[in-house]
Write a protein that binds this ligand. Structure first.
Ligand code: PLP
Length: 458
C-alpha cells in the first residue's frame, strides 16, 4: 500500500530551491528547478510503487540536487587508465593520440588558418594544405577526409554506386560491432547493394554477372561499382574462395567502373604486424578508392579516409552530402600530426605504435617494480596476451606482462578500480583480475601503485 502521508511530507519545489545547498551554489534557477522536480517525481513514484522511502527535508533534497549538478559539470569523458591489454579499445576511445596531436588540436581549437590562405588573405579550402601531404604518404592520387570510416563508406557508395548500386560478396557482409554492418551503411544513402556469391565462396563471374544486370539479385539493372570489404574482425577457413583485389580491379577497369575497398584499419605499415594489409598495398593492387578509419591502425583521431583515383575522389568531395560529413578543425589538426609521425623513418612516434613495439623484458621490469613497491609476492607478475583490437588482426595476440591483483572478489575490486580517480580499467579472466601493462602509459605507473596500495589498505 502506498504511504500517502509520505507524499504530503515531500518538500515544496521553491523551498528546496531556496535551501542553502542549492542557492549557495548559484546554479541557474530554471535548471535547478528541473533537477529538483525530477528528484521529487522520482520520490513520488517510489512512494506510489509502495517502496519504503526516506522523505528528505528541503535542505536534504537541495543537497542531493546540488550534488547531481556538480557531478554533471565535471569534465567528461573521463580520462581512464587502460589496463585491458587491448590497444585499440573502441569503448575506451580507440587510438590514444600522441602529444603532438593533442597539442595540434589545442592550437587549432582557437582561431586557425582553416580556410584562409595567409599569403593572399583569400579564402582557401580546409583540406588544401593537407591533401598533397596525405597523398604522398599513402601513395594516393587524391584524398578526401570525412568524420569516420562509416561516413567514408556512405559517401563513396552513394556517389560511386549511383545509379545501379554496388556489388558486395556475401562473404564480406561484415558486422563491425555495435550492430554496424558494412552492407547497411553502404546502402544507407539509398544506393542498392547487390549481394553476390555465397557466404563461403564468391567467384569473378558472380561480380561480372551483377555488372551485366544478371543473376538473382541484380534484377536486370547493371551495377555501377564493386565494393570489397576487408574481413577485419574474423577469418574464414575451409572450403572458401574470395576473388583477389588485383583480379577484381581488372574487371572494374575493363567495365570502366570503380572498385571501392573498405580496408577499415587504415594501416600504413610502419612497424605494425605485416599480416594487416596497408592502404598503399590496396592502391597498388588497383583499388580505385580505399576507405579507412583514422583511429585504428593509423593511430590518429576519429576520421574517415577516402584515398585513390583523382576522378572518383573528386566526385565524392563535390557531392553535397560531403558537407554534412566533414570533420572539424581539431580533427584535421590531429590527423595532420599523425601523418607527420608516419612521415619520418622508423617506428612512428605514436602511442599505438609505441605500445605495439614494447618488449616483454621492459614490461616485466615495470611489473616487477610495481609489485615490489606494493610488497606483493612474485606470483602477482604474470605473462598475458595483449591484442591490437579495434576490429583488426583477428585472433592475433602478442605476449605481454601484467599484474594479477590479489583480491577475494575480482569483480568487486575491478569496480573499485574503475570508480577511482583516474579510473583504471582492467580485465577479468579465469576469476583473476588482471592489469596488462602494455596499454598503460609508463607515466601512469605511480597512479597505478597508488590505487592498488589503497586497495590493500581497505
Ligand atoms: C572499423 C571499420 C569500419 C567503421 O569505421 P569507423 O571509423 O568506426 O566508422 C568500417 N569498415 C571496416 C572494414 C572496419 O574495420
Amino acid at each position: 500500500m502506498p504511504d500517502r502521508s509520505a507524499l504530503a511530507r515531500l518538500p515544496k519545489v521553491d523551498a528546496v530551491l531556496d535551501a542553502e545547498p542549492l542557492c549557495a551554489a548559484r546554479w541557474r534557477r530554471p535548471l535547478a528547478r528541473r533537477v529538483v522536480q525530477r528528484a521529487l517525481a522520482d520520490l513520488r513514484s517510489a512512494v506510489l510503487d509502495g517502496k519504503s522511502v526516506d522523505i528528505p527535508d528541503a535542505a536534504g533534497l537541495a543537497a542531493t540536487a546540488a550534488a547531481t549538478l556538480e557531478s554533471w559539470v565535471q569534465p567528461r569523458p573521463l580520462r581512464v587508465i587502460n589496463a585491458t591489454g587491448v590497444i585499440l579499445h573502441t569503448n575506451l576511445g580507440r587510438a590514444p593520440l600522441s602529444r603532438a596531436s593533442i597539442d595540434a588540436m589545442a592550437d587549432a581549437a582557437r582561431y586557425c588558418d582553416l580556410e584562409v590562405v595567409l599569403g593572399s588573405g583569400k579564402r582557401g579550402s580546409r583540406f588544401a594544405w593537407l591533401r598533397p601531404f596525405l597523398c604522398a604518404v599513402m601513395g594516393a592520387q587524391d584524398v578526401h577526409v570525412v568524420n569516420n570510416n562509416a561516413a567514408a563508406l556512405l559517401l563513396a557508395c552513394t556517389v560511386l554506386g549511383t545509379p545501379g548500386g554496388v556489388v558486395l560478396s556475401r562473404g564480406q557482409m561484415v558486422e563491425i560491432g555495435d550492430s554496424f554492418r558494412v552492407a547497411t551503411m553502404a546502402g544507407a544513402g539509398g544506393v542498392r547493394v547487390v549481394a553476390v556469391g555465397s557466404t563461403n565462396r564468391t567467384h569473378l563471374r558472380d561480380y561480372a554477372q551483377a555488372l551485366d544486370g544478371e543473376g538473382p539479385d541484380a534484377e536486370g539493372v547493371a551495377a555501377s561499382a564493386l565494393l570489397w570489404c576487408h574481413q577485419s574482425n574474423f577469418t574464414q577457413n575451409g572450403y572458401v574462395k574470395e576473388v583477389g583485389l588485383a583480379e577484381l580491379s581488372k574487371l572494374a577497369k575493363a567495365r570502366g567502373i570503380p572498385l571501392i575497398a573498405d580496408l577499415g584499419s587504415g594501416s600504413l605499415g610502419d612497424g605494425l604486424p605485416a599480416i594487416e594489409p596497408t592502404i598503399g598495398e590496396y592502391l597498388e593492387q588497383g583499388v580505385d578508392v580505399v576507405l579507412a578509419s583514422g583511429d585504428k591502425l593509423l593511430g590518429g583521431p576519429q576520421a574517415g579516409i577516402i584515398a585513390g583515383t583523382a576522378e572518383y575522389v573528386e566526385r565524392c568531395r563535390r557531392f553535397p552530402m560531403a558537407r554534412a560529413l566533414r570533420p572539424d578543425k581539431t580533427t584535421l589538426a590531429a590527423l595532420h600530426a599523425t601523418f607527420a609521425a608516419h612521415a619520418r623513418e622508423g617506428v612512428p612516434d605514436l602511442p599505438l605504435h609505441e605500445m605495439v613495439a614494447r618488449d616483454e623484458a621492459g614490461l616485466r621490469a615495470r611489473a616487477e617494480a610495481i609489485r615490489a613497491e606494493l610488497g606483493w609476492d612474485a606470483s602477482a607478475v604474470v605473462t598475458l596476451q595483449a591484442a591490437i583490437g579495434g576490429g583488426s588482426l583477428p585472433g592475433d595476440t602478442m605476449d605481454s606482462v601484467g599484474l594479477w591483483v590479489p583480491c577475494a572478489k575480482p569483480a568487486t575490486t575491478a569496480r573499485v578500480l574503475r570508480l577511482g580517480s583516474p579510473p583504471i580499467v582492467g580485465r577479468i579472466e579465469d576469476e583473476r583480475l588482471l592489469l596488462d601493462l602494455r596499454t598503460v602509459e609508463r607515466d601512469d605507473d605511480p597512479r597505478l601503485i597508488e590505487a592498488l596500495a589503497a586497495l590493500s589498505d581497505a
